[in-house]
Design a protein around this ligand. Structure first.
Ligand code: NA7
Length: 557
C-alpha cells in the first residue's frame, strides 16, 4: 500500500511511536496544543501490551479503579470495570473505548513498524522510516513503545525440530488456541506463567511446568469491586487520582503500618502479613516500610510466603521445589495469582525443576531434559521480555553524529530523568530507563510523562526553541543518583529483568528509578521550575505548528 493511500504525512510536528496507553494519551495532549501528530503502531489496533498479551489469565496486577486514565473526569465516571483486577480483554476494550471517544485512531498508521529514526542535525528534525516504506520528518519524536513489548526469542536449541505447535505469552495468537486433550508444556514461571498456568491446567489433558526459578506469588483475591469502596472512590475520583500521583507506587497504600517489620512483635508481624496476604495487591511488600532494604524484614516476609506455599501444596516435595530461595522477596516482580500454588495439587499437572534437570534441547516430540524426554503437543514460552531498552533498540535510533542508541548505551542505558537522552535531541521516551515506570502504576507514570513532555514542547514552541538536548553532566549525575538509590536496596541482589539480567549479554543495570513516583514527580517539577535545569535549548528558525500542518498536507518538505 503506498504512503498517500494510507494518509501518512511527509512532515509533521510530532511522530508518536506506539498506540498503547502512552501513545493514545500523547495524541490527545498534542492535539490540544494545536500540534500535528502522527503515530505508527505495529499492531493492527490500539492497546499496546494489552493487544499482544492475550494469553489465558492475562490480567493487570494494579486494581482497575486505579489503572484508569485520570485526565478526563467524564471518562473516569462513565467507564465501569467489572472486576477488581481487570482482564486483558476488558482492558483492551477500555483502550478501544478511549480511542473512539477521543477520536485518537485517525492519525495512526496501524500494522506499521518503525524500523529507523535518524536525527537530521541541520534541520533539527527526525527522519522516521517504517517497514511499509514510509518516510516521515518530524520536529519531535516521542517513543511510547512500552517497556515490555519485545518478547525474548525462545533461547532453547532445537525449536525448529519440534513437530507440535509453540506459542509465546507475549504475542499470543488472536484465534483461540485449542488445549482440549493436549499435552502442554509451559516454560517460565514469572507473572505471565503464573497467570496462565492455572487456566491451561483446567483445559489441557496434561500440563508440565518447567521452572527455572520459583517466584513469590500472592493471591490477588480478584472478584467484583467492593461497592462501598467504589462509591467512595467515584465520589472523589479526580482527587483520588491526584493523590495517587503523590504516592510511592501510584496507588493508594491501603494496608501500610509505616513501621519496620523488625520493630514489632512476631505476633503483630504475622498478623499484618496475614492481613496483607488476605487483601491482595502488593500489600505484602508495602505493609512494612523496610521490606526492600532490611534483609531481616525481607527474610520474615519470605518465610511467611514459604509457609503459605507449604500449607497450600499437598505434596511436600513439590512444595519445596516451589519455594523461592535464590533472591530476596519482592526483588523480582511479585506475582498476583488466582489459584497458582493449588494448581500443583491437580493430577494432570507436573512440575519439572530445570535447575535439577536442565533442558538439553527441544526435540521433534517435545522437551529433552538431562533426565528424560517429555512429549508435547504444545509448548508455551512464558520466558519474558527484553525489557525497557530492547523496544527502543528495535527502533534503530541514531542521534547527533550518527551515533546509534545501542552504542551510546553499550554499558547500560543513560537517560536524563528517563525522558530524554543526551546526544539524541528532541527525542522523548515515555517510561524510559531510570524513571519509575513499572515500579509504579503505569497509567500514572504514563500520564505524568506525557504531560511533562507536552508541557516541554509547549515551552519550546512559545520561546522559539528548535532543539532540546539533555546536558551530559546532568545525565551522568542522574544515572549515579538512580544507581545509588537502587544499591541501597535489596533489588540489585536478584537476577531479574529489572536488572537486565534475564537477557544474555545485557549490561547489568537497574532499569528504574526506585525512589518512588511521588519523589520523582516532585523532582521533575523542580527541574522545570528551575528553567529546565540540566537541559540545553537552542533557539532558531522554527516552522510554526500551522506551517508544518500545511506542509504535512501538501507533502512539502
Ligand atoms: P519474567 O518475569 O521475566 O519471567 C520469565 C520466566 O521465564 C522466568 O521464570 C524465567 O526464569 C523463565 N525463563 C526465561 N528464559 C528461560 C530459559 N531460556 N529457559 C528456562 N526458563 C526461562 O516474564 P513475564 O512475562 O512472566 O513477566 C514480565 C512482566 O510482565 C512482569 O514482571 C509484569 O510486570 C508483567 P528465571 O527467573 O530467569 O530463572
Amino acid at each position: 500500500m503506498d504512503q498517500q493511500a494510507r494518509d501518512v504525512p511527509l512532515l509533521v510536528d510530532v511522530v508518536v511511536i506506539g498506540a498503547g496507553f502512552a501513545g493514545l494519551y500523547a495524541h490527545f495532549k498534542l492535539r490540544s496544543l494545536g500540534l500535528s501528530a502522527f503515530g505508527f503502531e505495529a499492531a493492527p489496533e490500539v492497546g499496546g501490551t494489552w493487544f499482544w498479551n492475550r494469553y489465558p489469565g492475562a490480567r493487570c496486577d494494579v486494581e482497575s479503579l486505579d489503572y484508569s486514565y485520570s485526565f478526563s473526569p467524564d471518562l473516569l465516571q462513565e467507564w465501569r470495570w467489572s472486576e477488581r483486577f481487570a482482564t486483558q480483554p476488558e482492558i483492551l476494550q477500555y483502550a478501544n473505548h478511549v480511542a473512539d471517544r477521543f477520536e485518537l485512531r485517525r492519525d495512526y498508521a496501524f500494522d506499521t513498524k518503525v524500523i529507523a529514526a535518524n536525527f537530521d542535525e541541520a534541520a533539527n528534525q527526525w527522519v522516521v522510516r517504517t517497514d511499509r516504506g514510509d518516510q516521515v520528518r518530524c520536529r519531535y519524536l516521542l517513543s511510547a513503545v512500552g517497556g515490555l513489548s519485545l518478547p525474548k526469542a525462545p533461547e532453547i536449541e532445537g525449536l525448529n525440530d519440534f513437530a507440535g505447535r509453540w506459542v509465546q505469552t507475549g504475542c499470543w495468537p488472536r484465534e483461540p488456541v485449542d488445549l482440549v486433550g493436549k499435552r502442554v508444556a509451559v516454560i517460565g514461571t514469572g507473572s505471565s506463567g503464573i497467570q496462565c498456568i492455572p487456566l491451561l491446567a483446567q483445559d489441557a489433558a496434561h500440563l508440565t511446568v518447567f521452572q527455572r526459578t520459583p517466584n513469590f506469588s500472592v493471591p490477588a483475591h480478584n472478584g467484583t469491586i467492593d461497592p462501598d469502596y467504589e462509591a467512595r472512590v467515584r465520589a472523589d475520583y479526580v482527587e483520588h487520582c491526584k493523590r495517587n500521583r503523590y504516592t510511592k507506587g501510584g496507588v493508594p497504600q491501603r494496608i501500610n503500618t509505616g513501621k519496620s517489620a523488625m520493630s514489632v512483635s512476631e505476633e503483630e508481624r504475622l498478623a499484618k502479613f496475614e492481613q496483607a496476604w488476605g487483601f491482595g495487591t502488593f500489600a505484602l511488600q508495602s505493609v512494612f516500610n523496610d521490606t526492600s532494604v532490611n534483609p531481616q524484614s525481607n527474610a520474615a516476609a519470605a518465610a511467611f510466603v514459604h509457609d503459605k506455599i507449604r500449607g497450600i501444596v499437598k505434596d511436600p516435595a513439590i512444595a519445596e521445589k516451589l519455594l523461592p530461595r535464590t533472591f530476596p522477596f519482592g526483588t523480582k516482580r511479585m506475582c498476583l495469582d488466582t489459584g497458582y500454588y493449588a494448581t500443583f495439587n491437580r493430577d494432570n499437572v507436573e512440575l519439572v525443576d530445570i535447575r535439577e534437570t536442565p533442558i538439553e534441547r527441544i526435540t521433534k516430540a517435545g522437551i529433552l531434559t538431562t533426565e528424560q524426554e517429555y512429549p508435547f503437543d504444545l509448548i508455551v514460552f512464558a520466558t519474558g521480555f527484553d525489557a525497557v531498552t530492547g523496544p527502543l533498540f528495535a527502533l534503530n535510533i541514531t542521534g547527533v553524529g550518527g551515533v546509534r542508541l545501542q552504542d551510546a548505551w553499550k554499558d547500560g542505558p543513560q537517560s536524563y530523568l528517563g525522558l530524554t537522552v543526551s546526544g539524541f535531541p528532541n527525542l522523548f521516551t515515555v517510561n524510559g530507563p531510570s524513571s519509575p515506570s513499572v515500579l509504579a502504576n503505569m497509567l500514572q507514570t504514563i500520564e505524568h510523562h506525557v504531560e511533562w513532555i507536552v508541557d516541554c514542547i509547549a515551552c519550546m514552541e512559545t520561546n522559539g526553541f528548535v532543539r532540546i538536548d539533555a546536558d551530559e553532566a546532568a545525565q551522568v549525575a542522574w544515572a549515579h543518583e538512580v544507581a545509588d538509590m537502587a544499591e541501597k536496596t535489596l533489588y540489585t541482589k536478584a537476577n531479574s529483568w529489572y536488572m537486565g539480567a534475564n537477557v544474555p549479554g545485557k549490561p547489568r543495570v537497574f532499569l528504574m528509578y526506585i525512589g518512588g513516583l511521588d519523589r520523582y514527580v516532585e523532582r521533575c517539577d523542580k527541574i522545570v521550575s528551575e528553567g529546565y535545569a540540566g537541559f540545553n535549548f537552542t533557539a532558531g528558525e522554527t516552522n510554526s505548528a500551522a506551517q508544518v500542518g500545511v506542509a504535512a498536507m501538501t507533502g512539502a518538505t
